[in-house]
Ligand binder design. Structure first.
Ligand code: ADP
Ligand code: ADP
Length: 230
């Protein structure tokens, strides 16, 4: 089965005045594929990612993630634009943080943290943060914080990595460094990636397939395979 399969999905937020944010969205993402979703503010990109993460349900249509109609806890990792690290904890502790709360990992991690710590170190190395493990998060530049954010989203070995504008707040140079770091992580570990971005260049540089969203309620207006040597 596909990693992510949406068929004619609509998502309506409840409340006094229900609001349909997304309508008629169909897409299919293969395991290990890297897709980008591009579109203007408010077209429903974050809403789609929340559906994949199981934070929302589809109001219409069907959505399967890793073959399941129900949320698949522990198999998805998310990184948002705001890295939200705990400032007084070390880089290593910030990466390990999800393991302290995730029901599927908490016990194993407490009983034997060593392999998790080793994995966190390996992830930090693969994004160029070796040597920074002991720094407190408040000491880090914006680019370093986003690297930690990426490692934290991957610490529990998710099959799907969701990235909601993770590079939006970075300067152009740092952003290009992060693109390379993400590409390295993806090449080495091959998670299925869904990246939300405003930056069409970023999308075509990193992704196999680019979905362009638009309208209100938002829908997919274009799907384009990126056929570049990488
Ligand atoms: P994007 O990520 O493309 O900027 P969003 O998915 O965040 O778009 O939002 C799509 C639309 O849904 C927007 O009009 C937004 O105001 C609305 N929306 C988002 N979250 C909620 C919510 N919790 N309740 C009601 N409306 C929401
Ligand atoms: P920014 O994200 O603010 O543009 P960079 O990530 O480009 O900064 O930082 C360049 C390098 O400077 C980093 O790789 C790191 O080695 C070092 N650096 C930046 N800020 C700090 C800091 N607060 N503490 C230690 N080293 C730092």
């Amino acid at each position: 089965p596909g990693a992510i399969e949406f068929r004619d999905v609509a998502i309506t937020y409840g409340g006094k005045v229900p609001y349909t944010a997304v309508r008629g969205v169909s897409l299919q993402v293969q395991p290990g594929e890297f897709v980008a979703v591009v579109g203007p503010s408010g077209c429903g990109k974050s809403t789609l990612i929340k559906l994949v993460a199981g934070l929302l349900g589809a109001s219409e249509g069907t959505s399967r993630v890793l073959g399941s109609l129900r949320p698949t806890p522990g198999k998805v990792g998310i990184a948002f634009q705001n890295a939200s690290l705990l400032p007084w904890r070390s880089v290593l502790q910030n990466v390990l943080l999800p393991l302290e709360v995730a029901p599927q990992h908490k016990r194993a991690y407490r009983q034997n943290p060593a392999p998790y710590i080793e994995r966190a170190r390996a992830l930090l190395r693969s994004v160029g943060l070796e040597g920074a493990e002991g720094k407190n998060a408040w000491e880090l530049s914006g680019g370093m914080q986003q690297r930690v954010n990426l490692c934290r989203a991957l610490i529990h070995e998710p099959e799907i990595l969701l990235l909601d504008e993770p590079f939006g707040a970075l300067d152009a140079f740092t952003r290009e460094e992060l693109w390379m770091a993400l590409q390295d992580v993806w090449t080495q570990r091959r998670p299925t990636v869904m990246l939300i971005t405003h930056d069409l260049r970023e999308a075509t540089l990193l992704a196999d397939t680019v979905y362009i969203m638009g309208g209100r309620p938002g829908g997919i207006v274009m799907r384009r395979a990126v056929d570049l040597p990488r």
